[in-house]
Design a protein around this ligand. Structure first.
Ligand SMILES: [Zn+2]
Length: 260
């Protein structure tokens, strides 16, 4: 399997992914925004796009569907709950079902929160698991819950679906927000040396050069994965927010982030 990550250079800073099986040369277009760019990327690899998959219904994750479908005939798959919300979904994906294409296998994780229909894809076929997290988990942040989302559902998703994943899992998020998210993380844990380190490391990086982080690394600086941190707990209390349990802390973090 090979993954092409494409930065869309738009205001929302989307990443598009083309995920190809190098043996069968079959590929998946994940959350296409610029359909033409996605088609060209697949052609450059000699891949045939066989599937279009959308993590959720927001326009910046589906806008390229028609162009990719017109050029390739690939069907659109998304959560069973996205049928009717995303045009022309041919198959509604069920929680925990396994998608196979060529030698690639992905588990469908139900991850409501950013929107009720959101799914993430977790590879089962790779030596090290890869998580395509859409707008659920970003580098150093969680997705927002103010455009049809629900922060309680997001917390449950983090507890049930993300917490069990192993540290070596590599994160492929739907947007490049790492720089501003690290700034955000530092407002909550100013003394976190790992956050400081990565902020320094990527300060000169262009979006295309952003590192691929593991969940183990995220767990060292992403405040939404660090609800056990004493510094974070104290900071939430200092701001007069409810820090009596992890759900309350998660909500305080999410409410403090007015965008992304
Ligand atoms: Zn979204």
């Amino acid at each position: 399997m090979k993954v092409i990550r494409m930065y869309m250079n738009n205001r929302l800073r989307n990443f598009n992914y083309v995920i190809g099986c190098e043996q069968s040369r079959q590929a998946i277009a994940l959350d296409p925004l610029d359909g033409v760019a996605v088609i060209q990327a697949a052609e450059a690899e000699g891949w045939e796009i066989k599937l279009i998959i959308n993590t959720h219904e927001h326009h910046d994750h589906i806008e390229g569907n028609p162009a990719v479908q017109a050029a390739t005939g690939a069907p659109i798959w998304a959560s069973e709950h996205a049928v009717g919300k995303i045009p022309n979904v041919a198959r509604g994906l069920v929680a925990n079902e396994v998608i196979e294409l060529g030698s690639m296998r992905f588990k469908v994780l139900p991850t409501p929160g950013h929107t009720p229909v959101h799914v993430c894809l977790l590879t089962l076929s790779e030596p090290v698991p890869i998580l395509f997290s859409g707008d659920t988990l970003f580098n150093a942040c969680a997705g927002n819950c103010f455009n049809g989302g629900d922060v309680d559902q997001m917390f449950d998703t983090f507890e049930r679906q993300l917490a069990p994943l192993p540290d070596e899992t590599i994160l492929y998020p739907g947007h490049d927000y790492m720089k501003t998210n690290l700034d955000f993380a530092l407002t909550w844990e100013p003394g976190n040396k790992t956050t400081q380190f990565w902020q320094e490391q990527i300060s000169e990086h262009q979006p295309d050069e952003m590192p691929y982080m593991t969940l183990g690394q995220e767990r060292l600086y992403n405040p939404f994965l660090r609800l056990q941190s004493p510094e974070l707990l104290q900071k939430i209390k200092d701001k007069g927010e409810d820090a009596s349990n992890k759900r309350a802390m998660f909500k305080a973090l999410r409410h403090s982030r007015d965008h992304w």
